[in-house]
Design a protein around this ligand. Sequence first.
Ligand code: AMP
Ligand code: MG
Length: 418
Amino acid sequence: MESLDRCAEPKARTLTLSEARKRILETVGPARETERLSLAKARDRVLVEDILAPFDIPPFANSAMDGYALRSSDCADAGTVQFRARVVGTSYAGHPYVGALKAGECVRIFTGAAIPEGADSVVMQEEVAVEEGYARFSRPARPLENIRPIGDELPAKAPLLRAGKLLTPADLGLLASAGIGAVQVRRRIRVAHFSTGDELCPVGEALVPGMIYDSNRYTLSALLDRPFLEACDLGVVRDDPVSLRQALETAAEMSDAVLTTGGVSVGDADFVAKLLDDLGQVNFWKVAIKPGKPFAFGSIGRARFFGLPGNPVAVLVVFHELVRPGLLRMAGTDLHPDLRLSAVCQSYLRKAPGRMEFQRGYYEQNGSGQIVVTACGKQGSHRLSGASQANCFIILQPESGPVQPGETVSIKPYSGGW
Ligand code: AMP
Ligand code: MG
């Protein structure tokens, strides 16, 4: 009896946010299949191989300045006298000077141009006067100054990028600089999603009394619009067990992750959690956060199931805090610790001890460089307008009570939902 109770306990218990996240991350894993993509298609895709520099980068020593390349030893030999060298040619980027520098010679050189053989120093043009074919240097040249040596950035075989990297524009440029034109990346994670609720009307149709427009599907479609994901919008599903069962089965068959909104709380019409129990496994379905307490996580067949609450602001919170890390892990990329900042709160915040809260705020830096945050309107979980004005969550710990203006709070900036 006791052991049965213990088995039943974890899915019914209200988890803390970190327990919930841990359970998700323990359960989900990356897809195995990979594909080869050209750089032009690889932004925000996840690299599956370590990449080493195929050759020294840069591949030849080149100038960091516009100036004159010379042998620094010539200056040393000249002692305190202002040194002069004969300008014997020019090295342009892409058009190197051919030949070796002899004593007493220098070459006009531009940024990125190859350092001529024999030269070991570049003096910037501002420190050189040129007259009658000679360059006069206002101070002695130092060995290696203004020279980017061969392999200075990365020697051949040094790690260029690690497997698991979500490829950024800088990564793609780096790959190109190494002459790599295509990379092996993980396949996209397929995400099927739908809204549930008898009251929901798709945008574009006329509202009848008692109905509201479905907003969650548009929020989610936008959140899922990432190159490493392939989202499929399955529309609105009515609050009846037959339609819901069918929609869940279809969604699970076609995807790696199923996301629904609504129908996860304990109201009469909240079928999703019950159906999940029938069709698959419930891992947990309550998290101690506000908004976002009813949130079901489990699996149906091979697909992971994320049952988000119906309240539009709760969708945003739960997506950021629980779905996003799960999807990133499924995509096979590294998770970075959340950025939390301290900010001086300008508003009074209602808060009762109990649950961790994610209030919506607008943060900025004031004239003295201090980060300040203001609450965005009333904090109801149905008020999307506040979420739309916000640029961060104000995170209040479970034990925290109300916040007075002037108190320091923790904020989590968001941009584009990721
Ligand atoms: P539920 O979780 O289904 O009980 O829904 C909670 C609240 O969110 C109710 O006020 C619903 O009308 C609202 N809601 C649910 N789904 C949506 C949606 N897709 N778009 C806008 N509001 C929604
Ligand atoms: Mg509902």
